[in-house]
Unconditional design. Structure first.
Length: 367
């Protein structure tokens, strides 16, 4: 049942207005009647007004609120939307030759990608000691957002700010941790879970809620207690990606604060253990759908990709071949034969990772 604060159908509003008038005036309004034309125009205005009333009502509900309205609801629980953050990396500066004195690379020294479109600046100064050829320092992108993520080692290689005696610069780690402003969906989920963080008694929901608030890239967090007094926290990023050490360290810092962690809890934060599985599937198409083989084949391939993403996006999610069959049948396959994977139960600390993927079209079959 859908929730509505006012009647949204123009036809229903028009019907209500016309019948009410006819009842009061004890007359019948025929098509083309000037009074009816006026009332139909009025009904349209009322329907638009009802839409605004409905939007205003839903804006006060967590399930429907968005944008600034969702921000206002978040403030009621002390949960603020996560702002955009800059990507980070490590830059290595190499001197022209070893010097007999210290060489300082100032904080804010800039380096860019080869096309000059993405610029990183050092977070602090670094001193290359006498007799040493190079030095490394952390750096952050000048522009916030996810656009500066994914540059592999060596791609940030242009020295924007010349420094005496420095011959070259390059990033030694893949740029990561840049994030756009938190989406409504992710923010809404955190608001819903935020009451869990009110207690310092150490429930699983508290650890999960606080960990989810570290970064908008964190898609899910599994919390378990393998031994008394030990809390095992396993985050996974959007797209089922495993978190880098920088994200894990940020979660450790968040969960280890004195006003968060009970004194007797030992919190362990690490990436989920990957459990590999192969996918070997043959699917068949009904002969009546022969003309749609290209369209259905594309849909089946997309279904398999959706299954892989679904399977890898949540720690502790069992490997379910029946889910794969269901998705492929919804895409149009008549029959699906799954040789791999097989049903496998996973622990909260484990996450499925696809290995070899083999998808075979078996041909047409009679109904």
């Amino acid at each position: 049942m859908s929730l509505a604060f006012a009647e949204l159908s123009v036809e229903e509003v028009e019907k209500s207005v016309l019948t009410s008038y006819e009842t009061i005036a004890k007359t019948t309004l025929y098509p083309g009647d000037p009074v009816r034309l006026f009332l139909e125009s009025l009904a349209y205005v009322l329907a638009l007004q009802n839409s605004v009333i409905d939007m205003a009502g839903k804006a006060n509900l967590l399930q429907f609120a968005s944008g600034e309205h969702l921000d206002a609801i978040g403030l009621m629980t002390g949960t603020r939307r996560l702002n955009a953050s800059s990507a980070s990396t490590t830059l290595r500066f190499t001197l022209q030759e070893e010097l007999d004195f210290d060489c300082e690379i100032p904080a804010g020294t800039k380096a860019a990608t080869a096309d000059g479109k993405t610029i990183f600046a050092t977070d602090k100064s670094v001193i290359i000691q006498a007799g040493v050829l190079s030095g490394a320092v952390s750096a952050s992108a000048q522009a916030s957002g996810s656009g500066a993520n994914g540059f592999v080692a060596g791609q940030v290689c242009v020295l924007v700010d010349p420094v005496a005696y420095v011959a070259s610069v390059e990033n030694t780690t893949t740029t990561m941790l840049g994030a756009d402003v938190e989406t409504d969906a992710h923010y809404r989920q955190r608001i819903q879970e935020s009451p869990e963080a009110y207690t310092c008694a150490g429930p699983a929901g508290m650890y999960r809620a606080l960990a989810m608030g570290v970064s908008q890239d964190i898609a899910d967090v599994a919390v378990s207690c393998p031994n008394p007094g030990t809390v095992d926290v396993r985050p996974v990023l959007a797209g089922g990606e495993l978190p880098p050490e920088e994200v894990l360290e940020a979660i450790r810092k968040k969960l280890s604060a004195d006003d968060v962690r009970p004194l007797t809890d030992t919190v362990i934060v690490q990436a989920p253990d990957g459990i590999s599985y192969d996918l070997d599937v043959t699917w068949y198409l009904s002969k009546t759908d022969e003309a749609l083989v290209a369209t259905i084949s594309s849909a089946v391939t997309s279904a398999v990709e959706s299954y892989i993403l679904w399977q890898r996006s949540k720690p502790g999610r069992d490997i379910l071949p029946t889910k794969l069959i269901s998705l492929m049948e919804q895409a149009g396959a008549r029959r699906v034969v799954v040789r791999a994977p097989v049903y496998t139960v996973l622990k909260e600390s484990e996450i499925a990772r696809e290995g070899t993927v083999t998808l075979t079209y078996g041909g047409l079959e009679e109904e």
